[in-house]
Design a protein around this ligand. Structure first.
Ligand SMILES: [Cu+2]
Length: 146
């Protein structure tokens, strides 16, 4: 009887593990055989439109900038419940990792505050993951010194 209980617990753990790695479990099915092709994305592409806004516009270096990311699904409607990552960098210059924390403030609207540490050209990479599929967009903009 003791062994049965242990087996049941193990089964529960396995189920949980499968639930958490559900996205990865699908990868072998869709793995592309051709080696010469461009590197395959980590997961299936997501049909989504990503828009980025910032306030103030233009952003001011070393002051809070509010970032608003609107995600629209293939049906043209806001896409709620996605995981959105915003990565800020200056091309050709390393300023450390700069990924403002975002929260969904309305369906399909993801907002967060960040600080741009220098005036000049910035690159915002936005990655949206929804139900194991990912979409990414890049935006270039300038921050000004006060
Ligand atoms: Cu810089």
């Amino acid at each position: 009887m003791k062994k049965t209980a242990a087996s049941a617990a193990l089964a529960a753990i396995l189920t949980l593990t499968l639930a958490f790695t559900g996205c990865k479990a699908k990868e072998p099915e869709q793995a592309a055989p051709a080696a010469a092709e461009a590197p395959a994305p980590a997961s299936a592409p997501l049909a989504a439109t990503i828009a980025l806004k910032y306030a103030p516009d233009p952003p001011v270096a070393l002051k809070d900038t509010a970032f608003t990311i609107n995600v629209t699904g293939a049906d043209g409607k806001p896409l709620p419940g996605a995981t959105v990552m915003l990565d800020l960098s200056m091309p050709g210059m390393y300023h450390g990792e700069n990924r403002p924390v975002l929260a969904e403030t309305a369906p399909g609207v993801y907002e967060g505050k960040g600080i741009l540490t220098m005036g000049g050209g910035w690159l915002a990479k936005v990655e949206v993951t929804h139900e194991c599929s990912t979409a990414a967009s890049e935006f270039r903009f300038d921050a000004v010194d006060k």
